[in-house]
Design a protein. Sequence first.
Length: 324
Amino acid sequence: MINCGDPSFGGAMYGCPHCGKLKFVPFRCHSRFCPTCGNKYSMERTTSMSFKLVKVQHRHCVFTIDENLRDFFLKDRTLLNCLFHSVTSVVSRMFFKMNKSKNYTPGFIMVLHTFGRDLKWNPHIHCLISEGGYSDDGFWRPVHHFNYTYLRNAFRTALLDEMERNPEAVIKYIGRYLGRPVIATSRIDRYDEASETVTFHYNRHEDDKYIQETIPALDFIKRLIRHIPEKHFKMIRYGGLYARHRKIDKNLHRAVSRTKHHVFRNFNKWRTAILSSFGYDPLNCPDCKHEMLFLKLYYNHKRVSLEEIYEKVMSRSRRKQSSA
C-alpha cells in the first residue's frame, strides 16, 4: 500500500499520435486496505451486489454490539463469524414467523464493519433486507413493517448464544476482560515528520460534531492494521434468496437485468471511473485533446512486451493446473 502508484515499480506508457506528448500511468497496489484501491474494490463489489438484488424496496438495518463485548471480538477474531450467524438466524426467523407453512424467505446482504469514524474497534453488521419474502411455491409477499423490538432483542439473544458455543475462547480472555476502505485519504490532514505525528479528522457519529485528532504515527498505524481481515475471511455475505440458486428463483424480477451487466461493469473500469468521478478522460492528450495510445509496459525499470506478459500468465496458469 505504501508503494501504491510509485513509478519505480512500473506502469504503462501512453503517447499522443497527434502531438507526441507522453504520459506514464503507474501500477497500483490493488489492496482492499489501500484508501485508493479499496475505493475501486468497493465500486466493483457494489456492482456485483446490485446484480443479485430483486427489484423491490430494501430496508437498511445496522446490528451493533455492546461496547463491553467488543474486546472479545478483537482478541479472538473468529468470533466475528458469530455476528453473521446471529443476523442470518434473526432475519430468517422473523420472516418464517409470518407464515410457517409458506416459508417466506427474504433476500439480505450483510457487510461487516470493524471500525467507527474514529478508527476505534467497533464491529457491527450493515444489513440490506428485501421488504418481502418469496415462498417455496413461488409467491411473493410484500412486508412493510419490520418489528425492530423483536430484531433487537432476538439479535442480543442469538449473539450471546453463538458466543456461548465458543466457551474456550471466552474463558481464555474473561479474566483479562474483567480486570464504505478504513479511512479515506481526504480525512488524513497531515503528517509531521519532526514530531512523527498524524493528524486526521472525522464527524462524530453521535452528534455529527467535527473532531480532529493528532496522534503518534505508530498509534495511527496500530488503529489501521487491526481492521485488516484474516486471509480468506469474507467481509460480505449473502443470505436467504441471495445465497441460494434454485430454479424457481429465476422467476424473480431483478433490479438489474442480465443484459445490462456489462454496461454496469464498464463504469468500474479505470478510464471510465476517472471520467465519471473527476470529469476528464485520463487518456486524452491534455494539449491537443486527441486520444493517447498505449506504447510500452515497464516493470521494475525494465520494458516488458505484451508477449512476455502473456507467456508469464499462461505459464502460471499451467503450473496451477498441474499442481491441482
